[in-house]
Design a protein. Structure first.
Length: 97
């Protein structure tokens, strides 16, 4: 599970950097994607640190705290993703009319 969380964090971080670079070039719609990917990458980094605390004498508080924080960050990222999807769907509907 630790390896999966670390790989997912790296992939989300890669997407965040790529979205940031596209936003800097003038693609305004990539700013929200950059925020979403940054939240996801940050949550997975915190989860990875929580996993690492257990074998090194941690009481599990950091692990459970990181799971709680990951749940909150996941809910925020999911809400922003749904907002982005609805906004793009609405804008495409306005362009066709």
């Amino acid at each position: 599970m630790l390896l999966v969380a670390a790989i997912a964090a790296v992939l989300f971080l890669h997407q965040a950097i790529f979205s940031f670079l596209l936003w800097r070039r003038g693609e305004k719609k990539y700013l929200l994607r950059f925020i979403i990917y940054s939240i996801a990458a940050g949550g997975l980094v915190i989860l990875t640190l929580g996993f690492l605390s257990i074998p090194f004498g941690g009481s599990g508080r950091l692990y459970f705290g990181s799971m709680y924080l990951l749940g909150i960050l996941g809910a925020v990222a999911t809400g922003l993703t749904i907002y982005l999807f609805i906004r793009e769907l609405w804008l495409s509907k306005e362009e066709t009319t």
